[in-house]
Design a protein around this ligand. Sequence first.
Ligand SMILES: Nc1ncnc2c1ncn2[C@@H]1O[C@H](COP(=O)(O)OP(=O)(O)OP(=O)(O)O)[C@@H](O)[C@H]1O
Length: 269
Amino acid sequence: MSHHMIELKNVSFKYPQGNEVIKDISFRITHGESVGLIGANGAGKSTLLMLLSGLLIPTNGDIIIGETKLTKKTLKYIRQRIGYCFQNPDDQLFMNTVYDDVAFGPRNYGIDEIEIEKRVDKALERVGALHLKNKFSYKLSGGEKRMVSIATVLSMEPDILLMDEPSSFLDPGARRRLINILNSFEHTKIIATHDLDLVLETCKRTILLKNGKIVFDGNTKDILTDKKLLEECGLELPFCLQTIDKPSLMFSLCKSPVNGFQKGISHKL
Ligand SMILES: Nc1ncnc2c1ncn2[C@@H]1O[C@H](COP(=O)(O)OP(=O)(O)OP(=O)(O)O)[C@@H](O)[C@H]1O
């Protein structure tokens, strides 16, 4: 496996009838990194995730996953390694039952049904939705659909997780479960979201997009404490830092900025 698991080289993208919405983006993500992808509405987060998952093909530039350049020919191989969680869970759930939805990915690999059922149970258990196994997918609540849609991705046992707004629809318990799943996922993950508190708890690195361009790529704590730059990009400080005068100073007082941080803060508030 290549050291640089994901590489984008001067990637641009334009929708057929639209303007360029991803503009000359380059970065490398090493295997095992957790990266938050943030930016205002329309900044290009979902488009970038769709490019990374092979759902869209760049107008210019290259995307390399492991050692393989993403092309129409390599798409099938690459997509087996990537778990992509749609912004809207209804796009992910299209079978009749929860079981069939979560079994869909592994079934495509030709795995036998006994192994498939084990994977389905494991994935549903992880998201706390085993009790929904035999339900109709379309009858689930918004939050249940979200958790099941995450299970459909986990059952594929991907090397890379791409998640678009994964915490939307979730109650505090389910959100906490999501954070635990993300923090225990040992491979590469990229999380596009407006939930900056989620980024703070799950991603060491953050990429900030503005109008299709990268305006920041670095330590999460550096960007999420930079009120001025966040505001210039249509965002605001994470909720847990809003009442604190000097967010960056608070960070430096903590031993483990990303993971141990919010627990410490929430006791103080
Ligand atoms: N199918 C499409 N055809 C044309 N333009 C599109 C299409 N999908 C998205 N766009 C445009 O591309 C730009 C980037 O959209 P994208 O969905 O990637 O942004 P985003 O950062 O994910 O936004 P949000 O936070 O609202 O989900 C927007 O200006 C949007 O209008």
